[in-house]
Write a new protein. Structure first.
Length: 82
């Protein structure tokens, strides 16, 4: 294998990597999802352990729920409070 073949392979792999990086960057901007600041604040205040103990799959599953439940703030087994 000659030195020019190695340079060609490096150029092709670098070009493909640059193309994919630009494509993913543009896709991330185009398909950006807006996050509610209140949900982020609730998520930051939650402990992040004992996942599933409250009846939700995790803290990220619980954080939008107080507003969806009409402001019900009790963290406990959901089957007891429905």
């Amino acid at each position: 294998m000659s030195f020019s073949g190695v340079l060609l392979a490096v150029a092709v792999v670098g070009g493909v990597g640059l193309f994919i990086g630009l494509f993913l960057g543009i896709a991330a901007i185009k398909f950006k999802v807006e996050v509610d600041e209140k949900e982020e604040a609730v998520l930051a205040a939650l402990p992040g352990n004992n996942c599933g103990g409250c009846g939700f799959p995790g803290c990220s599953g619980f954080s939008p729920s107080p507003r969806a439940r009409g402001g019900h703030r009790h963290i406990g087994h959901q089957k007891d409070h429905q």
